[in-house]
Design a binder for this molecule. Structure first.
Ligand SMILES: Cc1ncc(COP(=O)(O)O)c(C=O)c1O
Length: 412
């Protein structure tokens, strides 16, 4: 069961059994339940090794070749490798790999392009926009004047006419495209065209689809957006963290916006782990995985429909599915609770119509485990059976344990 060097040598267990038990317990939880949270994945043992390495000890404020601390010769090489690999992987002129998270990447993008009080057009939070897209509880909503576009209540698709109309009326300084729950490809060419028409920057927040982009299973925002923000830990399967891609002309502004404007010292163990993940993402095996993620999501969505759930937009182009369990007689929150008892780990989400909550599922983690279309059919059938009350959660839990047991995330 040991997956990190620390657990392997049992150092942690000898020194701090309480925390060692927690780590092992979490590994057991992840290995015996179904990880259907769209934002999660299983990183490789190599990524975990980089995270648990002596690079965690190193302070490295600044950028390679221009650090505020001594002793950065080797971590400089790690960061240069991460940057070069990210540029090659996404065909970008510039990459900044220091953002501590997706939110930090978005904050830095705004800092690079905007001034407090500027108007920004983004997908409204009640339609799947992220907190950093104008939530009053977040810096974005406090410091900028956000205008929200939405999705069509019937189709669930982004209302392009409304985007164009709001852009013309509000003349935003930036337009943001990206979502925590939108299951379809975005039309980046459309967003570029509208941005050009009104003189706005285009920021693509590709936190979710960037792993599919890396694997050639989704269109890339890089040729269209002025700045692309992303996370490295979702479908991309790297360590928890963020990343920014942009053209050469914005490179310096973006770098200054990350450090020293919004962050201090870079986390070199995470940056090395990002380099490892980018290396993995450049392999044919990763491309096959990314396409399988989408194939699995399509089958899962179709099966959920045939089990009677309503799937927003009628399906998915990506790893992500949003579904309304109401036709089976349960609301999203109740459904999530009942499914948790059965070992399905997933999130609630907003729905295009009304105030009700739906369920958001993703297929990245189960695909990493090696599950394919037959397992998606089984998952949909079991999930619907639990929601209809035909299978007790405790009985379903055993079936989930058996299924997950056949696909260990860290075999051996
Ligand atoms: C579209 C989008 N932007 C930003 C983020 C923020 O990422 P993090 O949680 O790493 O700050 C997320 C995370 O789910 C996201 O989906």
């Amino acid at each position: 069961m040991a997956v990190t060097p620390t657990l392997e040598t049992d150092v942690l267990r000898r020194q701090d059994p309480e925390i060692a038990d927690l780590l092992l317990g979490e590994l057991t939880r992840q290995s015996t339940t179904l990880q259907l949270i769209a934002a999660e994945n299983f990183t490789s043992p190599a990524v975990l090794a980089a995270l648990g390495s002596p690079l965690a000890n190193k302070y490295a404020e600044g950028y390679p070749g221009a650090r505020h601390h001594g002793g950065c010769e080797l971590v400089d090489v790690a960061e240069r490798l991460a940057v070069e690999r990210a540029k090659a992987l996404f065909g970008a002129e510039h990459a900044n790999v220091q953002s501590h998270s997706g939110s930090s990447a978005v904050l830095a993008a705004y800092a690079a392009l905007l001034r407090p009080g500027d108007t920004v057009l983004a997908l409204g939070l009640s339609y799947g926009g992220h907190l950093t897209h104008g939530s009053p509880a977040n810096f974005s909503g406090r410091w900028f004047d956000f205008v929200g576009y939405g999705v069509d209540a019937e189709t669930g698709l982004i209302d392009h006419d409304q985007v164009r109309h709001l852009a013309r009326n509000h003349r935003p300084k930036a337009i943001v495209c990206g979502s925590i729950a939108y299951p379809r490809h975005l039309d980046y060419a459309f967003f570029r065209e509208v941005s050009d028409e009104v003189g706005a920057y285009l920021i693509a927040d590709a936190a979710h689809p960037i792993g599919l982009v890396a694997g050639g299973a989704a269109p890339s925002p890089v040729p269209y957006a002025d700045v692309v923000c992303a996370t490295t830990h979702k479908v991309l399967r790297g360590p928890r963290g963020g990343m920014i891609l942009c053209g050469g002309e914005l490179a310096e502004r973006v770098d200054r916006a990350v450090f020293p404007f919004t962050q201090g010292g870079a986390q070199m163990h995470t940056i090395a782990a990002k380099a490892v993940a980018f290396g993995e993402a450049a392999t044919p095996a990763f491309g096959a995985y990314a396409h399988q993620v989408v194939a699995n999501a399509r089958v899962l969505a179709a099966q959920l429909v045939s089990e009677g759930l309503s799937v927003t937009t009628g399906g998915t182009d990506t790893h992500l599915i949003t579904t309304d369990p109401a036709p089976l007689g349960v609301d999203g929150r109740t459904a999530r609770g009942r499914l948790a008892g059965a070992g399905f780990v997933l999130d609630c989400c907003v729905l295009p119509h009304g105030d009700g909550r739906g369920l958001r599922l993703g297929t990245a983690a189960v695909t990493t485990q090696g599950m394919g279309e037959p397992e998606m059919v089984k998952i949909a059938a079991l999930l619907a059976s639990v929601l209809r009350g035909e299978t007790e959660p405790a009985a379903a839990r055993e079936e989930v344990r058996e299924l997950a047991g056949r696909f260990p995330p860290y075999p051996g």
